[in-house]
Design a protein around this ligand. Structure first.
Ligand SMILES: Nc1ncnc2c1ncn2[C@@H]1O[C@H](COP(=O)(O)OP(=O)(O)OP(=O)(O)O)[C@@H](O)[C@H]1O
Length: 372
């Protein structure tokens, strides 16, 4: 069977967030054995799709549906909770609020992002003027990014992203804040990118832009992939959904949104895993290790953000050891002495008056002898 050609493959990806109310709750959860009392929210509840080389995939969906979450996971900015993400090539993300260091100037940000992408200083010097001219932010290029408007940040972010020539360009709502002239410049650049056979992921609410730029569209709806397919067909379905939603009364809109959010709060990852096992077993009846394979697919490439009980105990023990050694050091006693008489940890050693007529070595022997 021919191997599937893809640039990005997202398989059974989920993303869970803990909804702490305060910083104290967060701290309490570190010391608790289980996190059962912390409310959870599943921003993604098992999303799978592939993006082919040279394809422009649009990602659409209502506010809070999980579009930025999936684009940040593909870009490697945040890890998924479960599932596999395979990206073949360098990615560069342009998002309104990501990637730029606000205390650095525009010029410094250009250098930093380019270095992070593996370019050398001479290569960056060569590109610097082109990037500055594309961003067209005037003297602000030498001002800290914190003084930029969102449109200026987007201009700079886009200019850097397209000039460092990544294999995969991810654009998350970045065009929505630019003016018409800049927007046209970006569209031309994206079209150029497509002609070069680069892969594009385009997250946007602007359906007209999506229609213009994308070959296929993924509609993410409250953490799930609702539809994926040809641009026209998916956008038509999405428009029908938004038209239906707009017609609801205020009360029904709220009720609908609450129902969807409740599903995301009570998502059961184990039940989802069993569902995938069942589905895979039905598709591959001769495979006798479906359960093991699904488990591997769910958890093998996941870096957990949460600490397990054993790692909590280990961190606690290391912290205690550090405090102990600091106290021993301050107390002036030897470790063996403190171990034999723990109370001495809090009694500082007497300051010894060493007679001046002794040599350095004999002073040390004298001190050791008298400290016992
Ligand atoms: N750090 C976080 N902690 C808790 N919840 C989060 C966090 N980040 C995102 N979420 C939640 O995850 C859900 C998806 O967020 P995401 O930003 O991916 O949505 P989106 O589709 O990009 O929305 P928008 O169209 O408004 O940009 C939202 O309900 C959001 O509140």
């Amino acid at each position: 069977m021919a191997e599937e050609q893809y640039k990005i493959k997202v398989q059974n990806v989920t993303k869970e967030y803990d909804l702490f109310k305060t910083q104290t709750d967060k701290l309490k959860s570190f010391f608790s054995i289980n996190n059962r009392n912390v409310p959870h929210f599943w921003s993604l509840m098992g999303v799978s799709f592939t993006v082919k080389p040279g394809e422009a995939l649009g990602i659409i969906g209502v506010n809070g549906s999980g579009k930025s979450t999936i684009s940040n996971i593909i870009s490697g900015i945040i890890p998924q909770t479960t599932g596999q993400v395979d990206v073949k090539g360098d990615t560069s993300i342009v998002a309104i609020n990501s990637g730029l260091k606000k205390n650095l100037t525009g010029r410094e940000n250009i250098r930093l992002k380019s270095l992070m992408q593996g370019l050398t200083n001479p290569e960056i010097d060569e590109m610097m003027d082109d990037i500055i001219s594309f961003a067209d932010i005037g003297d602000f290029v030498d001002q800290p990014v914190k003084s930029y408007s969102s449109g200026m940040k987007s201009r700079l972010g886009f200019a850097i992203a397209v000039h460092i020539k990544p294999d995969i360009l991810i654009i998350d709502e970045a065009l929505s804040v630019g003016d018409d002239t800049f927007y046209q410049k970006c569209v031309d650049k994206i079209s150029e990118f497509r002609k070069e056979g680069k892969t594009i992921v385009f997250v946007s609410h602007a359906l007209k832009q999506v229609e213009l730029l994308c070959d296929r569209v993924a509609w993410i709806n409250y953490g799930k992939l609702k539809e994926i397919g040809p641009t026209e067909a998916v956008i038509k379905q999405y428009r029908q959904f938004t038209a239906w939603f707009k017609k609801l009364s205020k009360k029904d809109k709220k009720k609908f949104e609450k129902q969807q959010k409740d599903i995301q709060k009570h998502f059961d990852i184990n039940a989802y895993e069993q569902e995938v096992v069942k589905q895979t077993a039905a598709e591959h009846p001769d495979d006798h290790n479906v359960s093991g394979e699904v488990k591997h697919r769910f958890y093998s490439s996941v870096i957990s953000e949460k600490m397990t009980l054993s790692s909590k105990i280990l961190s606690f023990a290391v912290a205690l050891a550090v405090v102990f050694f600091c106290l021993v050091n301050v107390s002036g006693h030897r470790i063996s002495h403190v171990v034999a008489k723990p109370a001495s940890l809090f009694k500082p050693t007497k300051v010894l008056e060493v007679p001046n007529n002794r040599t350095h070595e004999t002073k040390l022997v004298y001190k050791n002898h008298h400290q016992k």
